[in-house]
Design a protein. Structure first.
Lengths: 417, 265
């Protein structure tokens, strides 16, 4: 199945979803980007350069690990995880970012901007900018800056300017709006490194293409190390880039079930979560450059969203995944904050792995389903990022008294300075 | 359509004898309140503005600068709904002499439904609409309903467009053309210079429709410049700033400084 073989006059559309909805001032910029991306995609040496860069700089290929202890305890399917957490900067975000970095070099621009939610994409972009020698500015919702300080710390130390966005809900969507405002002013020198497979065409296709490296590796690794294809694949879905990256490797394997795991937050009900497809609170709209499902009210204004995982706390969803969902190729499930905490605990205790809160949504759903599956069946989860960055949030969720004491001591130290 | 003939007639209006550009102003519905909007519109009427954009607030106003972003957000927090904007628009078009166009973002239209939205717009007395995030390539259906209802889709031309693209935009346009004087969002300052004049010339070659020049108009000199090269001066952020500082009195002072010198020529 070639998702990107567009019909005449429908470039950038996946079924009814996608498109390019941007102010006219960006028309020529986006046309130039489309042309450059098309040329890069058709140039085999570009992909080769990308793979080599990811091997030497980010440790690819990332392994697939069998969670034998957890599988045994649950007594169901064999659980495997794709270790995107072992990338440089700790998540799959680096795949897309380094790819776009190579593209920026081709375009001859010298400045990059990016939005970030959890901070992983901003962190990866700051890294890329430092490596390639680009100027960089990272826009981040003020609320996210407050809950993800460690990532902000690294971005700043790698030479990026981090702007805390105080408009709107002060989260990811507001950071995207601010990037668009910067881009309409500085498009001549600046490339907007969009972090997820959302936004106007060609971004969903471009980000999916760079992230497809996950699925390409994973399919071969499953056959080699697990002895066959997985029966079900689980990936968390915020914007949807790690999910579409992994799923693409199995698109033609119709027997493999693909499951997207959204942020159920506090559970169903408008404003309580960020589940666009698994719950029934979202509807089709046009915003942030694309037509897709949004959590919005009857006026078309966006709703508040909630998730314990900043990286999933987003109003819209990848239009390609919506199309695949409508075709019954991808199933969507929602996982609540509480289920995520439980999944995280059991993963740490039984296997010594720390999935990011985002990735733990995939773990939680997989754990739920694994118990009801046979031991000769296989599950693959995308461990899209590592959880170390979430130490403050996780420590809160676990109500860890030693951690609290440490922070108090630290605060007293700084207070005395 | 109706807007085209209005603008053609309006040039002959007594107020426009000494003004070389017509004036379009901007109000964000429900910010700071509908009462305040009404007072602002009364001041605008006093100064014989020719057109007013009524902006329907949207939660993601990505083409707007900081002041309008705040205005959109605050209006929504005030509980302004799309229906309230239509109701207000009807009152405005029944009461005032200037003509009204709707300005907003495409999702507001999409969510209401193309035909339903435009029928309500027509019913509320608007003459056209400006949707800065809807490219003409995606607008065929909406524009054909608009043409049926005699509403003008106002199209934006920008300095980054090629002549080929400008021709395509001209083809889709009606009423007048909104020519964006520079890159960036609403409200930042624009240097009205040779570069802007050349861009306006490029637009002029491709369309006979009146050209409105927007983004950053704030002084009598700006209006004079626009009058020399184009047809309509768009005054947005500067007027809202004046309102923020001193309410109706501040706005009156702003328009006096902007227009009296020109009017008394």
């Amino acid at each position: 199945m070639d998702l990107f073989d567009f019909a005449d006059g429908r470039e950038g559309y996946y079924g009814d979803y996608g498109g390019t909805f941007l102010p006219e001032i960006l028309h020529s910029t986006i046309e130039a980007l489309k042309a450059e991306f098309r040329a890069a995609k058709e140039d085999p040496s570009f992909w080769q350069d990308f793979v080599e860069l990811m091997q030497s700089y980010s440790g690819r290929p990332t392994p697939v690990t069998h969670l034998s202890n957890l599988s045994q305890i649950l007594g169901g399917a064999q659980i495997y995880i794709k270790r995107e957490d072992l990338n440089h900067t700790g998540s799959h975000k680096i795949n897309n970012v380094m790819g776009q970095g190579l593209l920026v070099k081709r375009m001859g621009k010298d400045r990059v901007i990016a939005e970030t939610g959890a901070g992983q994409h901003g962190y990866a972009t700051a890294t890329m900018a430092a490596r390639f020698g680009f100027h960089s500015k990272i826009y981040m919702g003020a609320l996210d800056v407050a809950r993800q300080r460690p990532n902000v710390f690294w971005m700043e130390n790698m030479g990026s300017e981090v702007i805390a966005v105080t408009d709107g809900q002060q989260t990811l969507k507001d950071a995207i709006n601010e990037c668009l405002r910067d881009w309409v002013t500085n498009m001549d020198t600046t490339h907007y490194v969009l972090g997820t497979a959302c936004g106007p065409h060609p971004f969903p296709e471009m980000v999916s293409w760079f992230q497809s490296i996950i699925g390409k590796e994973a399919r071969a690794q499953m056959i080699e190390t697990a002895g066959g294809l997985p029966d079900r694949i689980f990936a968390c879905v915020g914007g949807g880039s790690n999910a579409i990256g992994l799923f693409q490797g199995f698109m033609d394997d119709s027997e493999v079930q693909l499951v997207g795991c959204e942020a159920g937050g506090f559970g169903p009900g408008k404003g309580n979560h960020a589940a666009r497809l698994a719950y029934k609170d979202a509807s089709v709209g046009v915003a942030q450059g694309m037509k897709t499902y949004f959590l919005q009210n009857d006026d078309g204004n966006m709703l508040e969203t909630h998730s314990v995982a900043a990286g999933l706390d987003y109003i819209g969803v990848n239009p390609i995944l919506v199309h695949l969902w409508e075709q019954d190729r991808v199933r969507f499930e929602a996982v609540t904050d509480q289920e995520v905490t439980e999944a995280l605990k059991i993963s740490m205790r039984t296997e010594g792995v720390i999935p990011a809160l985002e990735s733990a949504h995939g773990f939680a759903q997989a754990i739920k389903e694994a118990e009801k599956m046979r031991p000769d069946e296989r599950i693959l989860i995308n461990m899209s990022g590592r959880g170390d960055k979430d130490i403050f949030t996780i420590a809160d969720a676990l109500d860890d008294s030693h951690w609290k004491q440490f922070i108090q001591t630290k605060a007293e130290q700084y207070g005395a300075e | 359509m109706a807007l085209n003939s209005y603008l053609a007639d309006r040039r002959q209006h007594p107020a426009n004898q000494s003004r070389n550009a017509m004036i379009m102003t901007h109000v964000v519905c429900g910010y700071p309140s509908f009462e305040a909007n009404w007072q602002a519109l009364e001041v605008m009427q006093e100064f014989n503005v020719d057109l007013v954009e009524l902006q329907f607030p949207f939660s993601e106003p990505s083409a707007d600068g900081p002041l309008f972003v705040k205005a959109n957000q605050q209006a929504i927090e005030n509980g302004v709904h799309v229906q309230d904007c239509f109701d207000f628009m009807r009152k405005v078009t029944e009461h005032f002499d200037f003509k009204v166009v709707m300005m907003g973002y495409y999702n507001t239209v999409f969510k209401t439904g193309h035909r339903a939205f435009l029928e309500q717009l027509k019913d509320a007395g608007a003459h056209g609409f400006i949707l800065p995030d809807l490219p003409v390539d995606e607008a065929q259906e909406l524009h054909s309903i608009a043409s049926e209802l005699e509403l003008s889709p106002i199209v934006l031309m920008t300095p980054t467009n090629s002549d080929e693209r400008l021709a395509q935009l001209a083809n889709a346009a009606d009423g007048f053309i909104y020519a964006v004087a520079r890159k960036g969002v609403t409200g930042s300052e624009t240097q009205m210079n040779q570069e802007v004049a050349e861009f306006i010339q490029r637009c002029r070659h491709l369309t006979d429709l009146p050209l409105a020049i927007g983004f950053g108009v704030s002084s009598a000199n700006d209006i004079d410049f626009i009058g020399q090269h184009a047809d309509i001066a768009v005054i947005g952020t500067a007027a809202l700033k004046a309102w923020e500082e001193q309410g109706a009195q501040g706005l009156r002072l702003f328009f006096t400084q902007l227009l009296d010198q020109i009017d008394q020529k």
